[in-house]
Design a protein around this ligand. Structure first.
Ligand code: C2E
Ligand code: CA
Ligand code: CA
Length: 666
């Protein structure tokens, strides 16, 4: 069994307490003994003196009474003598205490083996002979001092309690004091050091005792050093020494955490596997030094090329993995990859050697292409080889289908932008007709791309333009073109409202309203001759800003149409909240209007629109039955192949004039 410090100090203190008590006890008893023998001696000498006086004073037994006064004085003067009497063999002749008559014959005064204190305790009286001459005859009487036992024991017990007070408690106080000092300066600091050594949690404050303080200080130093060494080791285990990038371990940790988070939040991310194209040749021809330096430069270049929240790791000689979490579209992701590849494709100068290097990238997505690091690495690696097979310096998505779509989108993206510069876009106009009168009241401007290889319809490129933001630029062109057309028609007396499709992104552009108003003023076009078609998608976000923009346009005099009504995120509340003038029922409902549910839906929209003071426009009317039906239920306007397809401006003008004549003729 080992002692702990607490117990050890307790034992020491207990031992000290014992020793102190022994010393004090010994002192006490020897003091007591000394006092007792002094008392005995005093009594004894008193008695001798008395008996000597009596021997001189007593001449005959009859004289006895004369010494009484003297005995009285002695008895009352002495604290420890209760009474004195003189007696012979048979009877008491004289006493200072009339009640004490009986002879007490104990005399242990000279017995050996008893201590003075014990004697004092046991002896009740001391006796002495009084020798005197009665005439010539030697006679003797006995003198007895009866001790005042009560007084004596009181005297000693008083001393004892005084002693106890002074010496009995003092050691306890001293030891408690020592105990407290030890506790405070030794026991507690040691306990804190122990805790610190165990848990390294709280660094103890400086200690008072130097040795302990030295131990504490060196412990703190050691732990700090260990901590930084641990961190260094940790970093080293996670850092690629050559490039300073994360290594495989770090990548594993990062991706595991990311997968857990993404699984929880239902998110995806992309893992890009990048491999340098001809690194081995460089290494072989120019040597490892050059190769290493190139890798270092490339690593830092990749770190710069990615955004701050993307993660880069070097996982092999010339292989890198980049994790990209935040991208709005695959096209945007492709742009990131292209940027990295372009950065790397520069001519590097390493130790005066010009070096050209390309990179191939394979891309896999969590969770679509793999739900673990291993499967994502494998599949992005496969995709990377595909990119190399296709002729290096390319990137490739893991799934062929996605790959094709992305490559197509990217090609389309380029073409689409080029087409604007080369003026290949044109607006077509599809009439909106008043169902009752048959008069053309407006047209919807619909964009067409007249490419060298044929006409391309907007479903092909508008979604991509929405995705990559090109819609803003293209939409500007549409607005400008439609307003220009409106000015021409005004001059030709063709009085129609032109509806322009405006995407949410375009509408939320900073200067949209300002530019739009300026254009109207410049072309002297009445705002009421322009209608803006928006979709419900706009209401999904930013609803305060949206409603403010719509209201401003509406106050300016432009009408607002809600396009594709019924297909989106319809919430009837915004019909009341936003300034909407026209409701366009989506073609899908018109197609379905022969069925019971379809007709109920269409009729409901028509009634509701009219209750809310809106005009209801049916889209995609293709056949007579649909037209008749809409007329019967009181729909306001219609649009569709039944009346006319979207037409270029010349064809529309011809149609308009012809229609005007027929309507007038009726
Ligand atoms: P949208 O705004 O719903 O336009 C109506 C679409 O239905 C037009 O297709 C039109 O040609 C077509 N359509 C009209 N009547 C009929 C019919 O009777 N039968 C059938 N099958 N189709 C009919 P388009 O021109 O291909 O436009 C497609 C979409 O592209 C438009 O849908 C619109 O969302 C978008 N778009 C077109 N031009 C622009 C534009 O200038 N700006 C913006 N932001 N989007 C545009
Ligand atoms: Ca439209
Ligand atoms: Ca529509």
């Amino acid at each position: 069994m080992s002692l702990n410090i607490q117990r050890f100090t307790f034992l020491i203190v207990a031992f000290l307490l014992g020793v102190l008590y022994l010393i004090f006890g010994y002192y006490h008893f020897s003091q007591q003994e000394k006092t007792a023998s002094a008392i005995l001696r005093a009594i004894n000498s008193q008695m001798l003196e008395t008996s000597y006086h009596l021997s001189k004073d007593i001449k005959s037994i009859n004289d006895i009474a004369t010494v009484r006064a003297m005995l009285d004085r002695i008895a009352s003067n002495s604290d420890f003598i209760e009474s004195i009497f003189i007696h012979d063999e048979n009877e008491v002749l004289l006493t200072t205490d009339p009640f004490r008559r009986k002879t007490i014959s104990t005399n242990l005064l000279f017995s050996n083996g008893l201590s003075a204190y014990e004697k004092l305790e046991k002896i009740e009286a001391v006796e002495e002979e009084i020798r005197f001459y009665e005439g010539k005859r030697a006679n003797s009487l006995k003198l007895t001092f009866v001790l005042d036992k009560e007084e004596i024991s009181q005297y000693f017990s008083k001393r004892k309690s005084k002693f106890l007070v002074y010496f009995g408690f003092l050691p306890i106080f001293i030891l408690i004091f020592i105990w407290l000092l030890l506790r405070h300066f030794v026991v507690k600091p040691l306990e804190m050091l122990r805790q610190f050594a165990y848990y390294q949690s709280e660094v103890p404050k400086a200690f008072y005792l130097r040795e302990l303080e030295i131990i504490r200080y060196s412990m703190v130093q050691t732990f700090q050093r260990l901590e930084s060494e641990k961190k260094e080791l940790y970093d080293m285990a996670r850092t690629d020494l050559l490039s300073g990038l994360a290594n495989r371990n770090a990548l594993k940790e990062y991706v595991e955490r990311l997968i857990a988070n993404s699984a929880r939040d239902n998110k995806e991310f992309a893992l890009l596997f990048l491999d340098l194209d001809n690194f081995k040749d460089i290494n072989d021809s120019l040597g490892h030094n050059v190769g290493d330096e190139l890798l270092k430069k490339i690593s830092s270049m990749i770190s710069e090329a990615v955004r701050s929240n993307d993660f880069v790791a070097r996982v092999g000689g010339d292989e890198f993995v980049i994790i990209v979490e935040k991208y709005h579209s695959i096209v945007e992701l492709s742009a990131i990859v292209e940027r990295i590849q372009k950065y790397l494709a520069q001519t590097w100068v390493i130790q005066t050697y010009p070096v050209n290097i390309g990179s191939s990238v394979g891309i896999a997505f969590y969770p679509k292409d793999g739900d673990s690091l291993v499967s994502l690495m494998k599949n992005s690696d496969i995709a990377m080889y595909e990119a190399k097979n296709n002729g290096r310096a390319r990137y490739h998505f893991f799934t062929e289908e996605l790959n094709k779509r992305v490559q197509d989108s990217i090609a389309l993206d380029k073409e689409m932008r080029k087409a604007l510069v080369e003026k290949e876009y044109q607006l077509y106009y599809q009439p909106k007709v008043n169902i009752k009168t048959g008069a053309i009241v407006g047209v919807e401007a619909l964009i067409r791309w007249i490419s060298p290889s044929g006409v391309i319809t907007p479903d092909i490129f508008i979604p991509l333009a929405e995705e990559n933001g090109f819609i803003v630029e293209l939409g500007d062109w549409v607005v400008k073109e439609a307003i220009r057309q409106q000015r021409i028609w005004r001059e030709k007396n063709i009085d129609v409202i032109i509806s322009i499709n405006v995407s949410a992104k375009q509408l939320l552009e900073e200067n949209f309203i300002r530019d739009f108003k300026n254009m109207l003023v410049q072309n002297r076009v009445e705002p009421s001759k322009i209608d803006i078609e928006i979709t419900e998608y706009l209401f999904l976000q930013n609803s305060d800003k949206n409603s403010q923009i719509l209201r401003e346009l509406h106050d300016f005099g432009v009408t607002i149409s809600l396009d594709d009504f019924g297909t989106g995120y319809s919430s009837l509340s915004y019909l009341k909240r936003f300034p909407i003038d026209n409701l366009k029922i989506d073609k899908a409902f018109i197609d379905d209007c022969e069925s019971v549910e379809g007709s109920v839906f269409v009729e409901t929209i028509v009634k509701m629109g009219q209750t809310l003071n809106m005009k209801v426009v049916a889209e995609g009317v293709e056949i007579k039955e649909q037209f008749e039906y809409l007329k019967a239920i009181g729909c306001d306007q219609y649009q569709g192949y039944y009346f006319a397809k979207p037409l270029n401006s010349d064809d529309f003008e011809a149609l308009f004039l012809k229609q005007k004549q027929t309507v007038n003729a009726i």
